[in-house]
Ligand binder design. Structure first.
Ligand SMILES: *Cc1c(COP(=O)(O)O)cnc(C)c1O
Length: 346
């Protein structure tokens, strides 16, 4: 009998993690109730705990980060208004054009440096009052930045952008799908983020390892408005406490360990830099490694080679590939990836 195949090393995304036995135990034991009646104590605990971490008043548990972002954008804008964001922002590029669909709003797209905007760029994009223009209503940042290869904002730039927002009386939203990766990598503090941002969306289902869910954070009045929007989006849910329990477990146990994912991403980047068929690696700041293959190395053949070695990865544009480290990629898995990379073309 051949040896049983090893489970795949799945580097496609940090969304692929399965709950651990301890997380499942927390889920099975959760007290629950009907959350539309606001009677689910575990959902309430998760929302309060997540908000408290960021020094914000209230939270709203939703099925996805797309929903938390789109609800927040709708709550902050109205038709004929405009959202300022980076041109490869998830809210624009990967949420199905939802800003136009849900909010009837326009988008001002700015070219960032690995997804990061400057305060000067943001300020220059704010529309003057003129009957021809949409009205600027919202500034939206993403940290870490997905398309930017997990890049993080430096604290002074965040402060400067928040200052622009305050001076122009514009709300500032954070797509913080991976905000804990940014906090762990930079040593910035979650409480300080609550001072800068009017709303923050946090994914529990990415690096934190919960199976489902995101939380939207903000003031009590803002979250009340968002709760009505969530119902209209079809996102009012019932005994969601079983899922909220996974989120609570993730917040309590899986934040500090993100540093391990970052170290493994750095190790993958170093291994990639040694390969003759790799043209360029974006230095990973967190858990995303984006790299470009030489023209002579077809992407499909590279991904097929990895697949034959039990490794899954995603194409991220012509000749570009993304590797993502997470809870279910350990050092043994990493060694398998390093061996497979060294064996390309042999
Ligand atoms: C994954 C992601 C989202 C959306 O999360 P889903 O739960 O997949 O809808 C939003 N923003 C960024 C930056 C993401 O990476």
């Amino acid at each position: 009998m051949p040896a049983p195949a090893l489970p795949p090393v799945d580097l496609r995304s940090d969304t692929v993690t399965r709950p651990t036995p301890a997380m499942l135990e927390a889920m099975f034991g959760a007290p629950v109730g009907d959350d539309v009646y606001e009677e689910d104590p575990t959902v309430a605990r998760l929302e309060a705990a997540a908000a408290a971490r960021f020094g914000l008043a209230a939270g709203l548990f939703c099925p996805s980060g797309t929903m938390t972002n789109q609800i927040a954008i709708k709550a902050h804008t109205e038709p004929l208004s405009e959202v300022i964001c980076e041109q490869t922002a998830h809210v624009y590029l990967w949420e199905v054009g939802g800003i136009a669909f849900h909010s009837g709003a326009s988008v001002a797209l700015l070219p960032g440096e690995r997804g990061r905007l400057t305060a000067a760029q943001v300020e220059a994009a704010i529309r003057p009052t003129n009957v021809h223009y949409p009205t600027t209503r919202l500034i939206c940042l993403e940290n870490t930045h997905n398309r930017g290869g997990g890049s993080c904002y430096a604290w002074p730039e965040l402060v400067a952008i928040a200052d622009v927002a305050r001076r122009h009386q514009l709300p500032l939203h954070l797509d913080g799908a991976r905000v804990f990766n940014a906090l762990v990598a930079t040593g910035q503090r979650s409480e300080d983020y609550g001072q800068l941002f009017d709303s923050i969306s946090v994914c529990l289902s990415k690096g934190l390892g919960a199976p489902v869910g995101s939380v939207l954070l903000g003031s009590a009045a803002f979250i009340q408005k968002c709760k009505r929007l969530r119902k209209a989006f079809g996102g009012g849910w019932r005994q969601a406490g079983y899922l909220a329990a996974a989120g609570l477990y993730a917040l309590e146990n899986n934040v500090d360990r993100l540093a391990d994912d970052h170290a493994r991403a750095a190790r993958l980047a170093a291994a990639l830099a040694r390969q003759p068929y790799v043209a360029e690696v974006l230095a990973p700041a967190t858990n995303l490694v984006i790299f470009r293959l030489h023209e002579s190395q077809p992407t499909a053949a590279f991904l097929a080679h990895l697949a034959a070695h039990g490794i899954k990865a995603s194409e991220f544009g012509p000749q570009w590939v993304r590797f993502v480290t997470h809870l279910d990629v350990d050092d043994a898995g990493l060694a398998r990836v390093e061996a497979a990379l060294a064996a390309v073309g042999s």
